[in-house]
Design a protein around this ligand. Sequence first.
Ligand SMILES: *[C@@H]1O[C@H](CO)[C@@H](O)[C@H](O)[C@H]1NC(C)=O
Ligand SMILES: *[C@@H]1O[C@H](CO)[C@@H](O)[C@H](O)[C@H]1NC(C)=O
Length: 399
Amino acid sequence: MGRKTILFLIVGVLGAYYGYTPLPDNIEEPWKLMWVTTCLKTMTHLGHFAELLGIGHFIDIARFFMSIQEVPPTSDENVTVMETTFNNVPVRIYLPKRKSETLRRGLFYIHGGGWCMGSAGFFDIDFLSRRTAVILDAVVISTNYRLAPEYHFPSQFEDVYNALKWFLRQDVLDKYSIDPERIGISGESAGGNLAAAVTQQLIDDPDVKIKLKTQSLIYPALQSLDLDLPSYRENANFLGLTKSLGVRLWSGYFTKDRSLEKAMFFNQHVPVESSHLFKFVNWSSLLPEKFKKGHFYNSPTYGNSKLAKMYPGFLDVRAAPLLADDNRLHNLPLTYVITCQYDILRDDGIMYVTRLQNAGVKVTHNHIEDGFHGALVYRGFKIGYRIENQYMSWLSENL
Ligand SMILES: *[C@@H]1O[C@H](CO)[C@@H](O)[C@H](O)[C@H]1NC(C)=O
Ligand SMILES: *[C@@H]1O[C@H](CO)[C@@H](O)[C@H](O)[C@H]1NC(C)=O
């Protein structure tokens, strides 16, 4: 038997074991995707099993498997890589080695991982930062931040914000020869959430004189008020990021208390006192027709106010950037948003695009019709390189 046959059999058996989810026709390299997501599912199931037995938190198990991804900061012929701290927050810095007559662009990057996993030092993230530095001839700062379940909101937000503020000091920019007029921020998934949140916060911060030129949000999570959007309904069981995992990660950003997770799953966590916030996430008015097709808007079911009193984070604009009003959005920098068709978070990104456009912000929306959550950093997938090329060319034109 050839290697392909063996792989086919393994995938087949595991696929059958986990319940085969038919993939849409337009997914490229479907077997590869099945294989990767089967590994992810196995990890998640082991995590839940360990939790059931009382051995550990499911995030600990996931982190244990993921820690093999950590690579040391290693310079190569094109980039000098080093680690330091900005305002006590650990960051990895990528400096192009090529000689430059002029000041360079700067890019502040925030990794994903559901606010509880990931690191600037993970192979995929390190690889992307390296390529960004070389392709754009830019200084890339890839930040870390404290993670759940040890730390909850707003620790993640505050770490990223503190590191960003440190980076935007003139003396720091001078040290790395960065042009203060050409600084961008990018983040992926939970990192896109943090990128959008700190970019909003920066607008009103009188201490920071240097402002961002661009923000790039890569399939970001932008709100947890309504977890019954069409994208949640359509992709509830899609490989990788299912609705139940998404809800677990969202609630885990705020607390270990599983009662929030339960309420969120049934979309009954927002108290009636906060009903005025629903207009900011009303998909019935904020999604283009194409994405509403076949779905009916249900008016919110309100929950009791106890959860919101205990964990007010989920109603906080620093955790849910979609809750900002138009006056605040109006001042945001040039924006690039990537959304993927097969992603529960798709409609978060699309609603933000609509809201930014309505507020007069210049936005480029790149919707990936055959995309799925995480596609940019799935190394070895053609789709990852395709999205990376589009993202880099937007940055090279706009930053
Ligand atoms: C350095 O850059 C050159 C030109 O872009 C590229 O061909 C080479 O593979 C790069 N080296 C590494 C180690 O990435
Ligand atoms: C959402 O928008 C629709 C119209 O598009 C409107 O009928 C409905 O009342 C809105 N609901 C909320 C909670 O804002």
